[in-house]
Structure formats: structure tokens, C-alpha cells
Design a protein around this ligand. Structure first.
Ligand code: FO1
Length: 310
């Protein structure tokens, strides 16, 4: 068995957990399999929001208040491009643009998204292994009464206001998982599912058939940290999306999303009374403070999660 822990990750919630995990483990022992369903094209550039959130967090440059983009960012290009009639609802910062320009150029030159991410991680001084879930095109689409829209149109442009009829992971069924992703799952000491949105952050990762198969087959313990406390998500539109996909909005609903491979779940201390009803033969339920307002709490949660595996 290899000497690493693997984390399935979306953006903001995962970034907080990973800051804690890489503070208590040698960062090179941490692998991160990142959602690419949020990826989009803007101004001719390939944007990978969750990959970048993780890279920026692990290089200590994430704007922690926003939860995305770079600290001390400026938006001069955005201001200049608005009057030229280009879309300006997606706020691309000036320094952030350097990442998107580099990624787009390298992809055009024939590198895979995984290759580009490895190169960016090296340049940013990130020692953890950051692995996009697929090099193939996977796009989360939201089915609304007005029609199908992209995840970023739903999340950023429309501020998650539209009614949601269903969620589609376009391209996922045909998408391949890189060998590095499958072996990271197969050989991990343990696998953590970050407290990310189960539908639009973790869902697109699980929709890649080779990834779900690897999770079902791995001998590593798979431990999820609930992104839901009580009946509400810690942040974001998870409630609306879980409901639309037929899941109860609760830690029990989160467990159902991962039912075919989950070994343990970590839930918030105020949900302690739910533990007995969630627990079943093969599922361990662990209770602690899962909020991560600062690095100390993130470290504490990471240590707790490692203890569940221990
Ligand atoms: N999130 C927003 O709420 N508004 C934005 O304008 C925005 C721009 C943006 C630019 C680059 C990037 O990498 C991420 C960005 N995000 C923005 C975050 C992102 O859309 C979401 O947080 C994730 O897709 C959800 O995990």
C-alpha cells in the first residue's frame, strides 16, 4: 500500500479541509482528486475553478473571504472588457487571468488538464498531488424551467435562484479517469470526501464510471465529512440541488449519496442525536465540530478524520 491519503474535493469547503490536512501531514502524502464539472470557457479561456481554488489554497494565496480567486486581486481587465460587450458576470481577476492564459495555451499545445495542473502545482510550490478527476470534458448542467444552463450560469450569473428540475453530468458517462486517479484511490491509506456539495462538487467526480468503480473496489476506508448541518448546508446551494436530485437535505441524505462505498461519516456535534438513525452495520458515524472558521479548526478536524481511520 502506498504512503498517501486521497481526498475527493470541490472548491471552498475542500480547500479549508485540505489546508488542515496538509498542516498535519507531509503535504506530499496528500492526493486531491478535484471536480472538473464546474469548468467553463470564458473569453476564449479554459477556467477550472475548483482546481484553481485548491491550487491557490495549498499555495497560501487563496482569498479566504471570498473562497475563490487570489488574495489582493485587481479586476482592471474585467472593467476594461465590459464596455467591449464581453460577459462580465464571471469575475476574472488580473492575476488569476495569468493562470487561465497559461492553462489554455498549454492545453492548446496538446498537454492534458492533468499535465497542466501538475505543472501549475510545481510552479506554485504545491507539494500535494492535485489530480483533475478526468482529462475528458465533463460539464455539470442544471435543468431549469427555462432550459439547460451551465453550472457557472446557475451559480454565479443567476445566483442559484432558478428552480432546479435535475442535474446532468454531461460527458461523464464516456469520460475516462487518468491512471493516476484510479491508482490514487486503489492504493490510498484512506480516502476522505471533503465537506463539498455532494451533487455539484463530488457528484461529477463519482459520475466518471472508472472512479466510482475504483471507490467500490478499494480496500482503503472511505470517510465523508458532512457538508450539511441539521437541514442546511454550511454554505452554497447544496439544499436546493440535493432536493432536486431526490435526497433528503441532512447528514443522512449525504450518506445516501455515497451509500455504495462509504465506510464512515463525520457529522457535526449538534447532529449527535441523529447518529443512531444514520448508523448501519457497515457505516461508522463520528461526531465532532466540523466547522472550519480558521486554520486551527481545520487542523483539528483533519486530525479527527485521521483518527477515524486510525
Ligand atoms: N464565484 C462567484 O460567486 N462569483 C464569481 O464571479 C466567480 C468568479 C470566479 C473566477 C475564477 C474562479 O476560479 C472561480 C470563480 N468563482 C466565482 C468561484 C466558482 O465559480 C465557484 O466557487 C465554484 O465553481 C464552486 O465550487
Amino acid at each position: 500500500m502506498a504512503n498517501h491519503y486521497t481526498v475527493l474535493a470541490g472548491g471552498t469547503g475542500a480547500a479549508k479541509f485540505l489546508r488542515g490536512l496538509t498542516a498535519v501531514l507531509p503535504p506530499e502524502e496528500v492526493h486531491v482528486i478535484v471536480n472538473v464539472g464546474d469548468d467553463t470557457e470564458m473569453w476564449g479561456l479554459h477556467i477550472s475553478p475548483d482546481v484553481d481554488t485548491i491550487l491557490y489554497a495549498l499555495s497560501g494565496r487563496l482569498d479566504a473571504e471570498r473562497g475563490w480567486g487570489l488574495r489582493n486581486e485587481t479586476f482592471r481587465c474585467l472593467e476594461a472588457i465590459k464596455p467591449l460587450g464581453m460577459p462580465s458576470w464571471f469575475q476574472l481577476g488580473d492575476a488569476d487571468l495569468a493562470t487561465h492564459l497559461t492553462r489554455t495555451e498549454l492545453l492548446r499545445g496538446g498537454l492534458t488538464l492533468g499535465d497542466v495542473t501538475e505543472r501549475l502545482a510545481l510552479l506554485f510550490g504545491v507539494q500535494a498531488k492535485v489530480l483533475p478527476a478526468s482529462n475528458d470534458r465533463v460539464r455539470t448542467k442544471i435543468d431549469t424551467p427555462e432550459g439547460l444552463i451551465s453550472f457557472q450560469e446557475f451559480f454565479v450569473r443567476d445566483r442559484w435562484q432558478p428552480d432546479v428540475r435535475s442535474v446532468i453530468y454531461s460527458g461523464a458517462a464516456e469520460a475516462r479517469a487518468p491512471i493516476s486517479v484510479v491508482s490514487s484511490i486503489r492504493e490510498a491509506k484512506a480516502i476522505f470526501i471533503a465537506p463539498s456539495n455532494p451533487i455539484t462538487s463530488i457528484g461529477p467526480i463519482l459520475a466518471v464510471p472508472a472512479i466510482r468503480d475504483a471507490l467500490r473496489c478499494t480496500r482503503a476506508d472511505i470517510i465523508a465529512i458532512s457538508p450539511i448541518i441539521g437541514t442546511a448546508p454550511v454554505s452554497g446551494p447544496a439544499a436546493k440541488l440535493m432536493e432536486a436530485c431526490g435526497y433528503e437535505v441532512s447528514p443522512a441524505g449525504v450518506v445516501r449519496c455515497y451509500k455504495d462505498f462509504l465506510d464512515d461519516v463525520i457529522i457535526h456535534e449538534t447532529d449527535a442525536a441523529l447518529a443512531a438513525s444514520i448508523r448501519y452495520d457497515t457505516l461508522g458515524v463520528h461526531v465532532t465540530d466540523i466547522l472550519m472558521p480558521d486554520i486551527e479548526n481545520a487542523r483539528r478536524l483533519a486530525e479527527f478524520a485521521l483518527g477515524v481511520n486510525g
